[in-house]
Write a protein that binds this ligand. Structure first.
Ligand SMILES: [Zn+2]
Length: 135
């Protein structure tokens, strides 16, 4: 029962995070479009290109996290949320609270990380509160 209630709360957390991400992504996109419309000298153009590149990378990270959040909400609705995709065991609540869209327990996550260079690394730099290795 405690786990079910905790997951209910996590769903609310995920939805709030989702809304914040969408707002941020819309802001980034707007900034990106405005910068692309402006014209200036060569140095301005270079600075703007670098900034635009950073914004588009940020946008990419945000959309990746958004997808992970959507998937997590789907898993909650289908009542398979919190099951580790690696070993099938329940992911501890402490980990889910730290990384609400985690799909693996920490042991399996570390194994996966070792096997491939992981996109979550860049996410941790942008969103330090979502450090995958914290729990
Ligand atoms: Zn596992």
């Amino acid at each position: 029962m405690a786990r079910k209630d905790a997951i209910k709360k996590l769903r609310v957390t995920l939805q709030k995070r989702r809304a914040a991400l969408i707002r941020a992504a819309i802001g980034d996109l707007d900034l990106l479009q405005r910068r692309q419309q402006k014209t200036g000298d060569v140095l301005d153009a270079v600075a703007e290109t670098v900034q635009a590149e950073l914004n588009s990378q940020l946008l990419e990270v945000e959309s990746r996290e958004l997808k992970a959040i959507d998937d997590a909400i789907d898993r909650i609705d289908q009542e398979c949320y919190g099951d580790c995709e690696g070993c099938g065991k329940m992911i501890p609540l402490t980990r889910l609270r730290a990384v609400p869209y985690a799909t693996e327990c920490i042991a399996c996550h570390r194994l996966t990380e070792k096997r491939k260079s992981h996109p979550a690394a860049s996410m941790n730099r942008v969103f330090p509160s979502y450090q995958a290795d914290r729990v």
